[in-house]
Design a protein around this ligand. Sequence first.
Ligand SMILES: NC(=O)c1ccc[n+]([C@@H]2O[C@H](COP(=O)([O-])OP(=O)(O)OC[C@H]3O[C@@H](n4cnc5c(N)ncnc54)[C@H](O)[C@@H]3O)[C@@H](O)[C@H]2O)c1
Length: 361
Amino acid sequence: MDVVVVTGSAGLVGGEAVRALASRFDLVVGVDNGMRRHLFGPAGSVAENLAEVEGIPNYRHHRVDVRDESALTALFGEYGTDVRLVVHAAGQPSGEWAAGRPVVDLNVNAVGTVNVLEAVRRHCPEAVVVLTSTTEVYGDVPDSLPLVETGTRWELDPAHPYHEHGVDESIRLGGNRTFHGVSKLAADLAAQTYADLLGLRVGVFRCGSVTGARHAGVEQAGFLSHLVRSAVRGATFPVIGHGGKQVRDVLDARDLVEMFWHFYRDPRPGEVYHAGGGREGGTSILELIARYEYLTGQEVRFEYVPRHRFADVRWWITDNRKFRRDYPDWRPAHDLADTLRSVHERWVDVDPTGLNGLSAS
Ligand SMILES: NC(=O)c1ccc[n+]([C@@H]2O[C@H](COP(=O)([O-])OP(=O)(O)OC[C@H]3O[C@@H](n4cnc5c(N)ncnc54)[C@H](O)[C@@H]3O)[C@@H](O)[C@H]2O)c1
């Protein structure tokens, strides 16, 4: 029997992994303790997503906390060498949240990852593992690039080598970073060490801004989803820092999962890949608001919040070319407009009045 284990299976990335992989494996084993609601309140709840994936016939859910080493070991022991692929997407995703509770953050992201890797080593050492790391491991290093301010965005100096394709994996690790950046970097380095020292078949994906219809976006995590949710229910969206000119590149979670699938079929253990929307997916917050209003006719009420998030860089565009060199058949199937529309349709459908817990504005 071919088994895929997906941690964070009720979340954005994990949920899309379950959907995409259910037809490609005999059994999908999901691990999620529903912690997103504990992190962000009812608006962050993934209960809806969980109910959806639990409706998939070959899905089996385990409400296990990745911090619980013995529970994870028992779970992996149950499926043993039938496990072919592990998608590790359980995590605490917010830099702001981590600032108040670094111990919890480090335990979930760093210790939780080592628990998963160790369970793989003991029970299914031939399995392929993909780790959802983040470009936040670079902290504010990208802010030292030569940037220019335009009317709607920060942009990299056109003479800079990163301008055309974005930032590649050679950018240095350093600068200021959030505790979330620290915990994700610890996990990222541990995963590489499990590959290099212990021979596990692990790939590390440093993701930019990943989103999709099932992202429970809140102020602290998931800006595109939070923007759409706010607009759909007529709430005011807070534009935090940089006058809304900060640039991010958006990758649809469905395209990220296809990267995992390509890696699984031809793994390159220990490799680190950037995974983002690239130049085509790049947008500032202000541009995103305009594009969303144009695409959907839905007005966005927003207000500027005159504070910067710590280590919140002004510009990030991901260079995916290393991955595309190794896996030339991968191309993102969803552009920014497509993703925006699907997020909009989802929230019009699920949460037109904010019943999922967003407080009234
Ligand atoms: N979405 C992005 O833009 C983005 C960018 C870079 C990296 N990442 C990383 O990718 C991973 C997945 O991101 P996402 O956007 O799907 O997040 P998400 O919050 O939507 O999903 C994470 C899931 O993990 C679960 N979870 C949290 N703590 C847990 C624990 N202790 N035990 C078991 N389950 C737990 C949550 O309940 C949630 O369902 C995270 O590790 C995140 O840091 C995401």
